[in-house]
Design a protein around this ligand. Structure first.
Ligand SMILES: [Zn+2]
Length: 81
C-alpha cells in the first residue's frame, strides 16, 4: 500500500459492528479474510450509495481481527447474512 503511514495518520478510526442478518450496512470488504465489515447502518436498505467519498477509515475486522485502513471510495452497502 503506498503512503501507508500518512494514510494511517489521517484515517478516521471507526468501530466495526456485528451485522444482523437482513439488516443493511455500509462498510468494507476485509483485506484479511474478505468478509464484510459493517461500520454504519444503511437506513436506505441498499438504495443509496455511501455518502462519504473522501477520507480514510481505520477499522478492525470482527472476523479475523485484521486492522486495515480503507478509502472512502471502497465503502460499499451490503446486507447482513
Ligand atoms: Zn477479516
Amino acid at each position: 500500500m503506498p503512503d501507508a503511514q500518512m494514510t494511517a495518520k489521517r484515517a478516521i478510526v471507526v468501530s466495526a459492528k456485528a451485522a444482523a442478518g437482513g439488516s443493511w450496512y455500509y462498510g468494507f470488504a476485509c483485506r484479511g479474510c474478505g468478509g464484510d465489515i459493517a461500520v454504519f447502518d444503511d437506513k436506505s436498505n441498499g438504495d443509496k450509495p455511501p455518502a462519504a467519498t473522501t477520507g480514510h477509515f481505520a477499522v478492525t475486522c470482527l472476523h479475523c481481527a485484521d486492522a486495515g485502513t480503507y478509502e472512502a471510495t471502497e465503502m460499499k452497502s451490503f446486507q447482513g447474512k
